[in-house]
Design a protein around this ligand. Sequence first.
Ligand code: SAH
Ligand code: SF4
Ligand code: F3S
Length: 445
Amino acid sequence: MKKAYVKSYGCQMNAYDAARMADVLGAEGYAPTDSVADADVVVLNTCHIREKAAEKVYSELGRLRVLKTERRARGLDTRIVVAGCVAQAEGAEIQARQPAVDVVVGPQSYHRLPDLLARSRERRVVDTEFPVEDKFDHLPRRRTLGPAAFLTVQEGCDKFCAFCVVPYTRGAEVSRSVLAVLAEAEKLAQGGVREVTLIGQNVNAYHGAGADGAPVGLADLVRAVSKIPGIARIRYTTSHPNDFDDALIRAHAEVPALMPYLHLPVQSGSDRILAAMNRKHTGDQYRRLIDRVRAVRPDIALSSDFIVGFPGEADADFADTLRLVRDVGFESAFSFKYSPRPGTPAADRGDQVPEPVMAARLAELQTLLDGQRHAYQRAAQGRVFDVLVEKPGRHPGQVAGKTPHLLAVQFDAAPHHIGTVVPVRITEAGTNSLFGELVSEAAAA
Ligand code: SAH
Ligand code: SF4
Ligand code: F3S
């Protein structure tokens, strides 16, 4: 049987796309493999968000070229596909830099992979169109489902933050219809999925057409998904502070399946930098929004993204970021050094922050955020949480799952618990994971 190796380098949407490409190849008779050396088709689903992410692909491609030559010597063909946001941004340049690449395909046209692979036997192909047809209408049934799955509901971005490539690589904001989302969610539920994460670059800007054609917001979409039999948990990511409406806040109070976890990137705590980033909100507006969410859902776990060293960021601006982190308190967060991206407005600014300054700021911010994360994990000790069991644990006899607040937990239990929600008492907080013990239903009540 032919084999396909598909690797995701990027965000949740990139992971979702990678899974769907595996579905497309699966429908063509390719079995998934984790071993790149055995693969007849290798798909690298690339990310363009920071320079490091984008450059990683070229070193990987260098290794693949060697592999391809070795396999050819054994009479085996290897098709190399570069997909994702680097493919969209660089197109044919990729093949100029690495001729071993057979197919370059963007995030909106990967449903055409079988055709592109066939054509690549004649000559190398590039497809970075935003096609008129909707890829979602041309994707096969989803395979390889675990208890938790992503579901893309919205793509693209119209926000144009000054540092970000996403509006260029993913195009304008488009929402899938409510019907299309519900149909996919129902199939997921039938396939054993208990938790769906609705994903979009700006998921709370969702405005898909409802049954009567009128636009429906994310809050009502969440309510509709929560009614699907089998769906026990709903999450959504990533949202933007400016698209957060009262309806979504109310949903956090009223929809039990909507998990008490919110990833809400703020990027900086400095109003001057936020304005330069084109984020269109202030640090205090972010604080007030968090207050409103916490008023209805006091136990909500907060997560965020931060960029240090945006052009022009002074010590005082960075101090404002630290202050915001202390004021809000995060369960977890991602923080990055600013990376100038070709074609974005901030990349051309003359006041780039020197690398050592960025490195020092990142270290200081991460120390603060790590401290908050550890405090959050320690506070979980002794408490009982509902855990969705997702997979076998690291050690035999163990399983692994997530709390409503998205904390990873390992505990002793039989594998038949996978796919169920069980009460677990947290006994110990490790560095990246919690350890716990299964509680009998009666004891948890
Ligand atoms: N749509 C989401 C984020 C998408 S990108 C939002 O609007 O928040 C994920 C994260 O990558 C961003 O939140 C940001 O923190 C980071 N990021 C984006 N561009 C970057 C750049 N040029 N340099 C460093 N980090 C960047
Ligand atoms: Fe990028 Fe800003 Fe759009 Fe998020 S909102 S994807 S950071 S441009
Ligand atoms: Fe990366 Fe594209 Fe996602 S640039 S973060 S894979 S939208």
